[in-house]
Design a protein around this ligand. Structure first.
Ligand code: C5P
Length: 228
């Protein structure tokens, strides 16, 4: 049976708040996601602070640039000893290959963001993209695999489809996770932790359902039970 792990999205704006969450939840949660907000607020030192506790860091900066810039930024990021990081698959195959090449010999797993879980199929229609949302995600995931990415970030329904076509050791990370009863927020493609596990996710990313909960520890424990 595939193991599904919980990643907490540290979507907060200070070191103090971030470390409060890490200290509360580690080692129940062993991977913490540093995204645009926290990284912009605290800089790379926050990664070191989190790693000092023994926890791992998923650096979610979603690079999207020309191949040369992506490769150089990846080489800088690898100095932080993160476990995983993200780039946009829409940066194209040349950029993805450069990133994969830069990662050779490092412990960091490069993940390609397919279509953001906040994007609806109507937006793809507006852009005159012919493929359905699922077809588009599968196309981008196959491209990411071919270019040497370690895995992808996608919604739970898309994870199920990708699992059918790509090998078991291709990492699938699913955000847009909402335990029953929690509010959708800006996410369009949502699923429960249990559905994510059943869909073949290796990792689920959860932010607001824990960060905004009245009893965050209880919510975390309940999610961990759902995916165990
Ligand atoms: O609060 P919520 O659980 O919706 O947070 C989801 C987290 O996952 C956010 O930090 C967001 O940046 C990230 N994410 C996402 N969709 C993606 C990739 C990352 O929601 N495709």
């Amino acid at each position: 049976m595939r193991k599904t792990e919980l990643i907490l999205a540290l979507d907060v704006n200070s070191r103090q708040q971030a470390m409060r969450w890490v200290n509360l939840l580690y080692p129940k949660v062993t991977i913490f996601k540093v995204g645009l907000q926290l990284y912009t607020a605290c800089g790379p030192k926050i990664i070191q602070d989190i790693r000092k506790t023994g926890a791992e860091v998923f650096l979610d900066l979603k690079f999207n640039d020309i191949p040369n810039t992506m490769a150089n930024a990846t080489r800088e990021l690898l100095k932080y000893q993160v476990a995983m990081f993200t780039v946009h698959t829409l940066s194209g195959p040349d950029a993805l290959k450069e990133v994969a090449q830069a990662c050779r010999g490092s412990r960091a797993k490069a993940l390609g963001v397919t279509v953001l879980t906040s994007i609806s199929s109507n937006f793809l229609k507006d852009l005159k993209i012919q493929r359905s949302l699922s077809q588009e995600v599968l196309y981008l995931a196959k491209m990411a695999k071919k270019c040497g990415m370690s895995g992808v970030v996608c919604s739970v329904p898309q994870a199920k489809i990708i699992r059918k076509y790509l090998c078991r050791n291709f990492i699938i990370v699913c955000p847009g996770i909402r335990p029953a009863g929690s509010s959708r927020g800006d996410q369009q493609q949502i699923a429960t932790p249990q559905a994510a596990k059943d869909g073949g996710a290796d990792y689920i990313v959860v932010g607001r359902p824990i960060l905004e909960a009245r009893r965050p520890l209880a919510v975390t424990e309940s999610i961990l039970r759902d995916i165990s």
